[in-house]
Design a protein around this ligand. Structure first.
Ligand code: HPA
Length: 289
């Protein structure tokens, strides 16, 4: 799909949202597999089913209800900035096209959000990890080799965008996580006594889970966790100049590390078990932004 298609979808979606609410979000949050319930914790929220938005793409994956929720959070006597929360995502493997996958990022940016927090469920490759661990994403590997043009949609949205660091606005901007947001998460994890992993997230296209040999390869090249999302969104956001934070919930041990066969049910069951801890951590961070 073309840049024009993306521009049209963004303006249609933004118009639709701005008809429903005058709130202007400063922070965007994309909720991964099994983590969508976090959106229900927002106060005075406006919740917009994505099915009501003309031509908005829908996820076909269980645990990815399509909703955009705008509101704020209260926690320990503090309030968060206004948030736009995307409950459910469209993975690249569902369409073979990055446009629906990066659309929420462009919508959030057009609504005014400058921080993006991306969450996912991921398979643990690092042998010290256990299902239910939370991992702060320190860096990413992309083995889809979808670079360059596919990510460089910012010039469609920002036709007069200033030259981005590293060259033309069509050049990929490697996502770098925000030191400010990383420090906030580390402080939050230690304040609430939550052991936090830190590692490299590897994006594979999916939709099938990996072979044992593939996981061994990923281990050798430095991946700590593997999943089928997040890199497109953070790459688009980096190109738009947003500040980034990525969090993985280790929902299972990756193929060959776990003796049992992996299923999507295991992913959502683990997410259900630890989503409460995940919510406490996120609330702690969001009310300090
Ligand atoms: N592999 C790929 N994607 C995943 C996994 C996995 O083990 N767990 C959750 N998403």
């Amino acid at each position: 799909m073309s840049y024009d298609f993306l521009r049209l979808r963004v303006s249609e979606t933004v118009r639709h949202i701005q008809k429903r609410t005058k709130k202007r979000p400063a922070v965007a949050l994309i909720l991964g597999s099994g983590l969508g319930d976090f959106a229900d914790l927002l106060d005075n929220a406006v919740s917009i089913p994505t099915s009501s938005i003309p031509n908005y793409p829908h996820s076909t994956v269980v645990g990815h209800a399509g909703k955009i929720v705008i509101g704020s959070l209260r926690h320990s006597g503090r309030s968060s900035p206004t948030l736009v929360v995307f409950k459910g995502r469209v993975h690249f493997y569902e369409t073979g096209d990055l446009t629906p996958t990066v659309l929420p990022v462009h919508v959030a940016h057009a609504l005014g959000a400058r921080d993006l927090i991306v969450t996912n469920a991921a398979g643990g490759i690092n042998r010290t990890y256990s299902p239910g661990d939370l991992m702060l994403i320190r860096d990413v590997l992309s083995l889809t080799f979808l670079g360059d043009r596919q990510f460089h949609t910012s010039d469609a949205i920002l036709p007069n965008a200033p030259q981005l660091p590293g060259g033309s606005s069509r050049q990929r901007v490697a996502p770098v996580f925000s030191p400010r947001l990383v420090a906030l998460v580390r402080n939050a994890a230690s304040a609430i006594g939550l052991p936090m992993r830190e590692g490299v997230y590897c994006w594979l296209k999916g939709p099938s889970y990996e072979t044992v040999a593939e996981i061994e390869m990923l281990h050798r090249i430095g991946a700590d966790a593997v999943g089928m999302s997040t890199v497109p969104e953070i790459s688009a956001a980096a190109t738009l100049g947003m500040d980034l934070l990525g969090l993985s919930l280790i929902s299972n041990l990756a193929s060959g590390i776990s003796p049992s066969k992996l299923t999507h049910d295991e992913v959502t069951e683990t997410a259900n078990r630890v989503k409460h801890q995940f919510a406490i951590l996120l609330k702690h961070v969001l009310v300090r932004l």
